[in-house]
Design a protein around this ligand. Sequence first.
Ligand code: ZN
Ligand code: ZN
Length: 228
Amino acid sequence: MKQITNRLHQISLGAVNAFVLKDDGLTLIDTGLPGSTDKIFKALQKEGKNPSDIKRIILTHLHTDHAGNAADIKRRVNARVYAHQLDAQLLEKGISSRPMTLTPGLTNRFIYQLFIKSAGDSVQPVAVEEQLTDNDVIPLAGGIRVIHTPGHSAGHVALLLQSEGVLIAGDICAHVVGLAYSTLYEDITVGKQSILKAAGFSFDKAVFGHGHLLHDEAANRKMAAKFS
Ligand SMILES: [Zn+2]
Ligand SMILES: [Zn+2]
């Protein structure tokens, strides 16, 4: 695990990241591809954290590489699941994607062939107790602001840890080799608007579903400049 702030750690699961927030027990943000539960639990234990302290799972969006173990972890630790209502409706039926278009470029074709194609578009159905909407504030860690950021998926949310100055960006864009559009979007025009919407908030760190920490005094302005 990589420490991002006092309360937030990043768990690298190969091609995708999950996050754990410590406040009132543990909150897991995203869950990796199916079959990653033990890897997540071991990462927590290595840091002296007890997986059974996971009280809630917040999903940035419905894709298999983020929601892959939500049902499994929920069952094992009895956690409540949070997701935007538009993605929650599908996740409750075990559907984990809508039709998407590949972002132009060789790298994207490569990533798609290598990692995404095999992930599939279904997961174990999972009950979502907390259906999120734009501007909700989850009362944890000084307030987690929910920013509805459609485009990559209709029910995508970015999460702003207001007191920590961190944006959990999910897949609104990626930061693998520099900031770049994600490999796939349901609607890249809407996706671009969402990146700019999120970048309009104040934060100096951003973490991503794919890639590494963006740590800059003005991470928000960097994102805005890159995608304007
Ligand atoms: Zn995604
Ligand atoms: Zn992803």
